[in-house]
Design a protein around this ligand. Structure first.
Ligand SMILES: [Zn+2]
Ligand SMILES: [Zn+2]
Length: 280
């Protein structure tokens, strides 16, 4: 029974990514109906959407949600406590370098990938996003697992400078790691082409679950202390969520956080309570 709930929990994560990406894609499609954007406008749009969503969502978590003690207590997923660490402060130099990096990445990705127009069919978009998140989760699992091998660890150590996590640790990685992970993430669009409305939706939702995953809170996408455990234990939980770790037996079992946004965990916890009550 537990295995079935674990599986449903992972499916729930993929579905949330697929559905929210589809909704955001529809908004972009509505905002840009049949407008042919030239290459430079597309690059700028993709870059700005990525950067604005990264900083605004990160600040929302760190400066609004975490400033509210009741809300933080309610949403905290981290069970294994760690010593509080100071986080990297934002410097103008750091922000500028980060922005140049993402602008160059946007330029290269859109230059190399062929443009396609996928329209706004709900089902086709949902299918595309589901395929992308499951494929990226697998690709990320493999790359991340490789980063933890002795010979490649150097690339990944910068990301592990923090065991106490803050949302912005999501973007704290070496240039080599950034390039490799971006290539893995973009493989499907190099093969199947990009649709700018899908790309913008993907980047916003990608930032959202990545920032949440590092925030030590369970807000909407991440129903456990899954990635916190990776940072504290330095092994296991190499995926974005538990699916591939369970397949390849590298799962460090996370503590599930039932909540209104995490239906599967909520049902499981109610069922367990009910079973316990009936046993006694
Ligand atoms: Zn790692
Ligand atoms: Zn991390």
């Amino acid at each position: 029974m537990k295995k079935l709930f674990d599986f449903c929990c992972e499916v729930e994560f993929y579905l949330k990514i697929g559905i929210t990406c589809t909704i955001v894609q529809q908004i972009f499609y509505w905002l840009l109906p049949d407008i042919k954007l030239n290459f430079i406008t597309q690059v700028l749009l993709y870059w700005i959407v990525g950067s604005v969503s990264f900083y605004s969502l990160g600040l929302l978590i760190e400066k609004v949600i975490k400033k509210n003690d009741t809300l933080t207590d309610k949403l905290t997923a981290r069970v294994k406590q760690v010593k509080k660490q100071p986080f990297p402060s934002f410097t103008a130099k750091g922000i500028i370098i980060g922005e140049i990096k993402s602008l160059i990445a946007a330029l290269i990705i859109l230059y190399l990938a062929p443009e396609v127009h996928r329209g706004n069919s709900l089902l086709l978009n949902l299918g595309w996003f589901l395929m992308r998140i499951i494929a990226f989760d697998f690709g990320f699992y493999v790359t991340h697992w490789l980063f933890h091998r002795k010979s490649l660890l150097k690339i990944h150590l910068k990301h592990h400078e923090f065991s106490d996590t803050s949302s912005f640790v999501a973007g704290h990685k070496s240039l080599t790691e950034y390039i490799i992970v971006t290539i893995v993430e973009c493989l499907p669009i190099f093969i199947f082409g990009y649709d700018i409305t899908q790309l913008c939706a993907w980047t916003i939702i990608g930032n959202a679950y990545n920032l949440e995953g590092h925030s030590s809170l369970s807000i909407f996408f991440i129903p456990a202390d899954f990635h916190d455990l990776h940072h504290t234990c330095f092994k296991g939980n190499y995926g974005i969520n538990g699916f591939w770790d369970r397949v390849f037996n590298t799962l460090n079992p996370p503590t599930k956080k039932p909540g209104i946004m995490f239906a599967v965990n909520l049902i499981e916890s109610h069922l367990n309570k009910w079973l316990q009550k009936n046993k006694n």
